[in-house]
Every structure is written in C-alpha cells, then in structure tokens.
Design a protein around this ligand. Sequence first.
Ligand code: TTP
Ligand code: MG
Ligand code: MG
Length: 462
Amino acid sequence: MSNATTVERAAAPAFGPACLDATPAAARAFVRASAAHPAAPVVSSPSVSPPSARPAQRRFLVHIDIDAFFAAVEVLLNPSLKGKPVIVGGLPHERGVASTCSYEARKYGVHSGMNLRNAYKLCPQGIFVRGSYQVYQAFSDKFFSILHEYTPDVEDASLDEAYLDLTRCRHLYPSFSGTARRIKERVERETGLKVSVGVGPNKILAKLATKRAKPAGFFEVEPGREEEFLRDLGIESLPGIGPKSQVILRMLNIQKIGDLWGLPRTTLHSIFGLGGDDIYLQSRGIDSRPVVTSAIPKSVSRETTFLEDLWDRRLLLAHLAYLCDRLTLALRQGHCYAHIIEVKARYSDFKTEGRRRLLITPRQEMGDVYKIAEELFLELYSGSRLSLRLVGVKASDLVRARPLSLFEPYSDRQERLGAAVDQVREKYGFGSVLTMREKMLEAIYQFEKKRGFVLKTASLTR
Ligand code: TTP
Ligand code: MG
Ligand code: MG
C-alpha cells in the first residue's frame, strides 16, 4: 500500500503558496528552519508538506484604499477643482501640515504631513482648503457600509482603508478576483471616489498590491508569482521599514525587498529589534495576521426624560417609536442585529421598571423592534397608576450577521425598507422620513429636518 510508509522530511525554507499561508506555528517553524541557513537564497519551489498534513488553504484577501481621500471628496463637492492641485489641511499662511493632496499636487512634491508653507513654496498655484472631518467621516461610513455587504470579515485599517477576507464566503463568489473588481466598481459608483484595490493570499501581499495599483488601479498577486512581485519592490514599501532604517539598509546596499532575503535574521534583529522577525517574514510574503473585525458593542440604547411627566398613552408610544427609530438606525450603522430588546420606564415616584424579550432571530429593523418594544411597554404601562418621567429602549446581545431562521420563511423585505429609509435620510436628513406616530411629537418638541426632534435628554449611550 502506497500510504503505508510515511516519509518524514524537514520542511524547507521555501517560498511557495503553502508557506505564504503559514499559520503562526508554521511561520515560527519557518523562521527556525531558515535560521539554520541564515544566508540561504530563497527557493521558489513549493514547500513539501508531510503526507499526513492537509495543504494550507490559500486565503483570499482584498485590500482597498481610497485615492487621495480628503482631496477627492473636496473635488467631488466642488467639481471646478477637478484636475487641479488641491491641498487639504489649511490655508498657505496657516500653521499646520497638509493632511493630503490630490495627485496633481503630488507632481510638485507635496505630500501628507508636509508643512503648509513648504507646500505653498513647492506649489504656489495649489488650491488650499481647510477641509471638514465630518464630511469625510460620512463618506467613510458609506464606504464601509458597502464593504460590509460582501463579507462580515472587514477590518477598518483607517478612515479610507480596509481589508476584506473573502475566504469564508468563497461559496458565494465563484470568482474571487471578479468579486474584488465588482467591489471596486461599486464603491466608485456609489461614493463617486476612485479607489485602488490589491488582492493576495494575506494582508501584506494585498496591501503591497494596492500600492502597486495606485492610483485607481487593480492588482492581484497571483499564486506562484509572489516572489516575482516582491523582488523588485523598494524596501520603503514594507510598513515596518521607516526612514531611519532605510538609511541603514541603503548603507548596506539593500535597496529592494529581494535584497533583504540575503540578510541573516540576526542582522535584521540588530536593525529593527523585535520587529526584525516581521520584516524577515513579510519580505518573503509570509503573513498570518487575521483580518480583525471591529469590536461589536455590548449594547445600544436610547432613552429620554420628558419635559413634564406623561400619562397619555399615545404620546408615550410616540416617544417610544422615535427612540426605536434612533436605536435601529444605530444598529444598522453598526451592522448589528439584537437578540434582546428591553424597554425601561421610570415613574413619577422615580421607581424604574424594565421588561425584556429574547429573540430567536435577531432584529435590527424599526418595524420589528418597535412592535416588540410596544408590547413590552404596554405590559409595564397597563399595570401602572402613575405617570411616567422617562422611557427607554435597549438592544443587547448583539451579533454581526442575522442567522437564517429555521422557523420563519426568509425575507429581506424589512432590511430593504430600512436601507431605503437610510438612503433618503442620508440625503435629506433624519426628519425627512418619520412615521405618523412619531410625528405626534411635533406638538411638543422643536423639529429640525436634519436632526429630527430635539428631545429633552436624548441619551446616546452605547
Ligand atoms: P491615505 O490613504 O494615506 O492617503 P490618501 O488617501 O490621501 O492618498 P492615497 O491613499 O491615494 O495615497 O490617507 C487617507 C486620508 O487620511 C487622507 O486623505 C488624509 C488623512 N491623512 C492625514 O490626515 N494625515 C496623514 O498624515 C495621512 C497620511 C493621511
Ligand atoms: Mg487613501
Ligand atoms: Mg489610507
């Protein structure tokens, strides 16, 4: 029988797809094996796994970054800036630095972090704008909400940069690179901003691919071509190699990533300290870091104290509806579904009571959450002889994705309705879409189309 004999072979310090997907343990083994031959040339044949070991699955990572983000938003808001050198961060005579600039300004040598006066010296014809963080945040929110539609495994690396791990969703996407291209097209269409996209088997290769793709491009590091891709990239491309280390490496005549392969680990340790191992592995395209999704909040709640204690059932329900509307907006923005909905009431004697319901299928839509909250509230209210000071609603035991229920037919009608309402509100303000029940609050509170009703103590606790 052919599999009766097991031949044990030491894993070679290879440069192949199997080691690109190395687990931390495999990566450590790789470092140990390589330490025995510190100056060994990188071998391009695939590594040999013991017959009993399952071959490591190639992961599929997408890195995406908006081009000249703040500057591109300024151009979108003011199309007369298109094609011009736009510098964001302040006016030329002001103290401070450029947060970014358009690619047209980069031709003059202007870059992020440059003193504004120096930027002006290099590019006096530049159009300097102070910028508005809130507007950039709104574009960033839109960017991430599109990405979250493709996979729950999204890491927000910064305001304009994300890693997506599509490996778990491989059954949904027959072509990974096709999906990555579609994501790019969709982000560009729906935000109006150009993005660059890199695809690879891990974070470092996907990020370096994006660098190669900039601006507005797409680059995939194909299986087996990792070595070719890395060899001629400048050492400054690796995230751990800052300006000071670059000077030292260049003195050793190390200019390209390929030149790093000949350096013993001990030398990398003496230059980079503990970071030396990362440089050693990443320069070989090895990176086992997972995509870290943003921490999910424990709960989201909205509550308000009334201007005067309230007894009127319809007005109480109007407050509850408005709070549910605010709450579910936060859930959708955070891509969360709640397994527990809880209602709280405080009476005029300050006694506080609550009712909660555990949901088998977690919810995030206004219609669903309000219906549950109303039932819970009426249970409390019908037993009380006092007027109320405060009402609140809370969603907890939050999850990222709504598991399909075995007991209910699948329908995404509510979700589509929620998304449509969010879109209208994004354009015309929160107050542009309200239920008739919520509109009853017009009799009590000041109304602003952008923000909605100005409650007495609107709680924004998370
Ligand atoms: P980056 O993605 O680093 O830069 P960018 O989007 O302007 O240009 P590109 O990606 O095409 O090279 O940063 C995203 C935004 O973050 C940038 O538009 C402005 C802001 N930022 C700062 O405020 N200060 C900084 O030092 C950097 C690098 C960015
Ligand atoms: Mg960017
Ligand atoms: Mg970025």
